[in-house]
Each structure stands twice: as structure tokens, then as C-alpha cells.
Design a protein around this ligand. Structure first.
Ligand SMILES: *Cc1c(COP(=O)(O)O)cnc(C)c1O
Length: 388
């Protein structure tokens, strides 16, 4: 028998839980709170700008680093954090944050290198580290006194060794909704500087923080500007997850490195959408602020409903997601519940343990997306109430 065609290092990544869960949701006509995408459109002015580009002849390859007006708008937007990046040498437009992360790891790490990843982690991270040929070194989150989660800084200190090349950090954090505090980020920054590590930061939820929490880019901490690849994307900020317009901000050297990989993965993408994202970054941040407020209300709406249905709901300070403990409902393993939930209750959610290397430690949590219309959230809650 021939060996399986797929190389061993990618064999763990053949299917995603989202595809399986969505298929189940469709089969049982379930309300799908599994996958994190909004069910309403982004700002009308942005869509109008995209339409004008499509019909105005902007349909060929944009420049490799991205359209200049988009890079300029990204630079202006990034100034909200007191940071300035040169649009010509320090900003690169990518096919979403996903490509930005993969291209960064492929360009900056290789066999023998270790990349520190925080679990639970966004599902593309492990695959991207594997594609780069590097090794992931997983650290976790720990509970603080008030039920919040924070980085396990002791584990981070223990994980760093001479092979460590990079730290991949996501805040606001999918799937837990944790926004890492200034004190925690200070310590991460200090360790990166002390050990000469590169930080790759996934900031796609930078605008979606609640209750007065503040998004603090790791690049803004002392010594970090020169060693951080800061990644964000239009998808979550402007309700356009299908557009896949992302970007990185970093030093000329790091941007040139990531570009070397990126230009032979996709070269460019979304040419006619790039002017629309530029327009949105310059003109639609008030729309985003309204989105943020409405998502905070939706978080409260879904959290209250889940609590009512018997779940022990965890606090979420940002993102599209809230996690909930299934043990009060009499389950030990949330995956067991998740696989039967579409059929039993007509709702789909994702077990958090699929985002980890230590499923036992995370097996009691389910992740629910609240980036949905209120009537969709209410219908899901109504159905879940019948569980008990
Ligand atoms: C949605 C998401 C991404 C993917 O962003 P794209 O721009 O769609 O590629 C990356 N990281 C996290 C944490 C996400 O939730």
C-alpha cells in the first residue's frame, strides 16, 4: 500500500470542526452559533465603494504590497495606538489575517524553531506552524480570582528555551473573549526582549472590546516595535469576513521577509475590495463603534439566555464569542453535548477542546458566537431552554 498522500506534518489538519458542525447544523436545521461570522452587512459606504471599484475597472492585479491608498489608510488607522508605520515599507496587505499569520511563520521560522502558542488557540495557528516546518510549544491560560482568564506567565517563562523563535499572541482572544491586561502584556514584552523573540500578534478583534476594556497592541510596549509583526484584518471590524483583506504592520526588514513568502502564496488578492477597506478605515469607525456597542449587548443577551438554560457562562470581554461550562447541565464533556446538540436542541456550538493540545483541561467548555441578529440569538436561547 502506498503511504497516504498528505505529508505527516499536515495529517492532523484534514478536517475542521466548523465544516463538520455546520454540516450537522444544516442537517438538523439548527441555529448555527458555531462559526463566527455576522449575519448582517458592513457599512453601506464601504459596499458602495467596492461596487464602484468593480464597475470602475479596478479588476486587475493590485500592487504586490497592496493598493497604496489602503496602505496609507492602514497607517493612519494604526496611529490610534500612537504608532506610526511607513505605508511604503512597513505595511503589507494580505489575504486576510490567516495568510498574514501563515506567511509570517513561513518567512520567520523553520525546522528546529519553536513557536509559542497560547491555548485554546485559533485553529489556523497549529496548521500554520506545521506548514512552516516549525514546532508549536503550547502554553495555557489560568483562572484569576474573579473567574477571568489570564496568560500563564510562569508557563511562558518555562517554555522559552534557546530554540524559541517567536510568540504568537491573540488578544482579544478567540475563543475565550479574554483581553490581556497591560501588566500581562508588559511581562510578555519583557520576555520577548530579554530572549530576543519575534512576536506575531493577531489583533483581528482590536475594535471589539467591551465594558471599557482597552486593546493594547503588544508592539506599543518598550522594545517591541522592532520585533513585532502586528496583524489585523477588515473581516471582523467591518462585517466582511468573506473579503479576506488583512494586513501586517512591522519593520521594513520583517515586512520584506513576510512579503517574500506572501508573494508566492497568493501574490495579491481582493484588488477591487481594497479601496473599500481604505474608505472604511478612514470613514466608518463610528459605524464600528456602534457595532461594538451592539455586540456588547448581544454578548449580554446570549450570556443571560445561556445562564437561564442552565450553563455556567464565562465572562467575555471582547470578540464574537462567549464560552459556557456544560457541567451544571450534567455533562462532563462539552464535545459529547456539541455533537448531539443540533439534533436534540436545534442549536450548534463548538467545543473549546478542539482548539487545544490538552483536551482534558478544556473539555467542559462550549463556544457560542453572538455576532448574530437578536432574533437568531433569541431563537437559539428559546431552543436551549428546553434542554433541561
Ligand atoms: C477570524 C479570525 C482570523 C481570520 O481572519 P481573516 O482575515 O478572515 O483571515 C484570524 N484570527 C482570529 C483569532 C480570528 O478569529
Amino acid at each position: 500500500m502506498r503511504e497516504p498522500a498528505l505529508v505527516p506534518r499536515l495529517r492532523p489538519f484534514t478536517s475542521t470542526v466548523f465544516a463538520e458542525m455546520t454540516a450537522l447544523a444544516v442537517r438538523h436545521d439548527a441555529v448555527n452559533l458555531g462559526q463566527g461570522f455576522p449575519d448582517t452587512d458592513g457599512p453601506a459606504g464601504m459596499l458602495e465603494t467596492a461596487k464602484n471599484s468593480l464597475f470602475g475597472g479596478d479588476n486587475q492585479y493590485p500592487p504586490g504590497p497592496g493598493r497604496p491608498e489602503l496602505r496609507a489608510a492602514i497607517g493612519r488607522h494604526r496611529q490610534r495606538y500612537g504608532a506610526s508605520y511607513d505605508p511604503d515599507t512597513e505595511i503589507l496587505v494580505t489575504a486576510g489575517a490567516t495568510e498574514a499569520i501563515a506567511a509570517s511563520l513561513i518567512a520567520l521560522t523553520e525546522a528546529g524553531d519553536e513557536v509559542i502558542v497560547v491555548e485554546p488557540y485559533y485553529d489556523s495557528y497549529a496548521a500554520a506552524v506545521a506548514m512552516a516546518g516549525a514546532r508549536r510549544r503550547v502554553i495555557g491560560l489560568v483562572e484569576t480570582g474573579n473567574g477571568q482568564l489570564e496568560l500563564d506567565l510562569d508557563a511562558l517563562r518555562d517554555a522559552i528555551n534557546p530554540k524559541t523563535r517567536a510568540v504568537l499572541l491573540n488578544s482579544p482572544h478567540n475563543p475565550t473573549g479574554t483581553v490581556f491586561s497591560r501588566g500581562q502584556l508588559e511581562e510578555v514584552a519583557r520576555l520577548c526582549v530579554e530572549h530576543d523573540l519575534i512576536a506575531v500578534t493577531d489583533e483581528v478583534y482590536e475594535h471589539l472590546v467591551f465594558d471599557g476594556a482597552e486593546h493594547l497592541p503588544l508592539a506599543s510596549f518598550p522594545g517591541m516595535r522592532e520585533r513585532t509583526v502586528a496583524i489585523s484584518s477588515a473581516g471582523k471590524t467591518f462585517n466582511c469576513t468573506g473579503w479576506k483583506i488583512g494586513w501586517i504592520c512591522s519593520t521594513p526588514e520583517l515586512v520584506a521577509a513576510v512579503k517574500a513568502a506572501k508573494q508566492f502564496i497568493t501574490f495579491v488578492s481582493g484588488g477591487p475590495l481594497q479601496p473599500a477597506v481604505a474608505y472604511a478605515l478612514d470613514n466608518e469607525l463610528e459605524w464600528v463603534e456602534n457595532l461594538r456597542v451592539s455586540l456588547q449587548e448581544k454578548r449580554d443577551r446570549l450570556s443571560a439566555g445561556l445562564a437561564d438554560a442552565g450553563f455556567a457562562v464565562r465572562p467575555s470581554a471582547g470578540t464574537y464569542f462567549v464560552t459556557a461550562d456544560v457541567r451544571p447541565l450534567g455533562f462532563e464533556d462539552a464535545a459529547e453535548l456539541a455533537w448531539t446538540l443540533p439534533e436534540r436542541a436545534g442549536v450548534a456550538a463548538v467545543p473549546v477542546k478542539v482548539f487545544t493540545d490538552h483536551p482534558d483541561e478544556w473539555k467542559h467548555l462550549l463556544r457560542f458566537a453572538f455576532c448574530k441578529r437578536n432574533e437568531v440569538i433569541d431563537e437559539a436561547v428559546e431552543r436551549l431552554r428546553k434542554l433541561v
